[in-house]
Design a binder for this molecule. Structure first.
Ligand SMILES: [Zn+2]
Ligand SMILES: [Zn+2]
Length: 333
């Protein structure tokens, strides 16, 4: 079968691999769609993981391992890619999503950028009726956005700003609307992304945080999804008195901020990592009810196009929404 491997930092290669055998308690899944995640791009730039990347996937059951009952060939499935260790303090206290082991552990073999993968049943989810795997691959990033909204303790009718309209930011706009937020404002320098966010329900979009500050009174909730080092400070300045800022983007950098508004507005700032099994289930329900969220996918590419596409994305191709790999597409499409 065809796969894409990361060989070292900045080097991906399309090639062949043996078809994996589903072991006891596992399914073999034909991948219909696997999203390219910001964390895949970081790993590509920094050479964090070798092997086959890709964790935002959905597909159909191809074959069934020993002892597995209740699953059929051809059944559409999504992958909730978390395998918590079950032993660390966070796992034992029920915060499985914080398990450090699970953040780095491979959940499907060999990885989502492959024609076929094996997956243990614990990460496989049935898709709600009518939800195609081509859209269900968005459930993982949508679950991350939902986790951020949970961290913000959004109350129905509250306004919110989303800073940074990459895939998590765009999905956060859609998720805020689904969660009953009041007015939702999006901020991103790229026009394509502002347009997509508007179609997903953003009431008003701005090119910069400065423009948003000029146009909007502080909001009770601010979701920082850009990961840019200057953004935590901008997010705090956009929050209303008593507002809640949640940091979903991950700047690995020293930052400078002027804490005056943080203090006098009594703003709470919370980190946010990963998502829970409930977030993932809710994401599937939202996607089934609003398949139009699939609009954020602006390109579907073959495995062979992955290396050049990664290179373009790390250079910051502003023309793209979400890019999804479809391993069924033949080379050269
Ligand atoms: Zn992801
Ligand atoms: Zn653990």
């Amino acid at each position: 079968m065809r796969v894409v491997r990361q060989l070292e930092a900045g080097r991906l290669e399309a090639g062949e691999a043996a078809i994996p055998e589903p072991g006891p308690g596992e399914l073999l899944i034909q991948v219909s769609a696997c999203g390219i995640c910001g964390s895949d791009l970081t790993s590509y730039k920094m050479g964090l993981f070798d092997g086959v990347p890709g964790h935002e996937l959905a597909g159909v059951v191809e074959s069934i391992g020993a002892g597995v009952e209740g699953w059929q060939r051809g059944q559409p499935v999504g992958i909730d890619p978390r395998l918590p260790c079950g032993e660390c303090d966070q796992c034992r206290s029920g915060n499985l999503h914080r398990c450090v082991d699970s953040l780095t552990r491979r959940t499907v073999e060999p990885g989502g950028f492959a024609e076929l993968v094996t997956a243990p049943l614990s990460v496989v989810r049935r898709l709600p009726r009518g939800l195609a795997p081509e859209i269900a691959c968005l459930a993982e990033p949508l679950a991350v956005a939902l986790h951020g909204i949970g961290q913000a303790r959004l109350r129905p009718g509250e306004d919110a700003v989303v800073l940074g309209l990459g895939s998590i930011g765009m999905l956060a706009v859609a998720a805020l609307k689904a969660a009953g937020a009041g007015r939702v404002y999006g901020v991103d320098p790229a026009e394509v992304r502002r347009g997509l966010a508007t179609r997903l329900g953003a009431d008003l979009v701005f090119e910069s945080a400065q423009d948003a500050r000029a146009g909007v009174e502080g909001t009770p909730v601010v979701l920082e999804c850009s990961g840019r080092p200057e953004s935590p400070g901008l997010a705090i300045d956009l929050a209303a008195q008593g507002g809640r800022v949640v940091l979903l983007g991950i700047p690995v950098a020293e930052i400078t901020l002027v804490p005056v508004m943080w203090i006098i507005h009594e703003v709470s700032v919370t980190g946010c990592i990963n998502s829970t099994a409930d977030d993932y289930r809710q994401a599937l329900r939202i996607l089934a009810g609003e398949p139009g969220i699939g609009r954020i996918v602006t390109r579907r590419i073959s495995l062979e196009e992955v290396p050049a596409t990664f290179e373009a994305l790390v250079r910051g191709s502003p023309a793209d929404g979400k890019v999804v790999v479809d391993p069924r597409l033949p080379a050269g499409t």
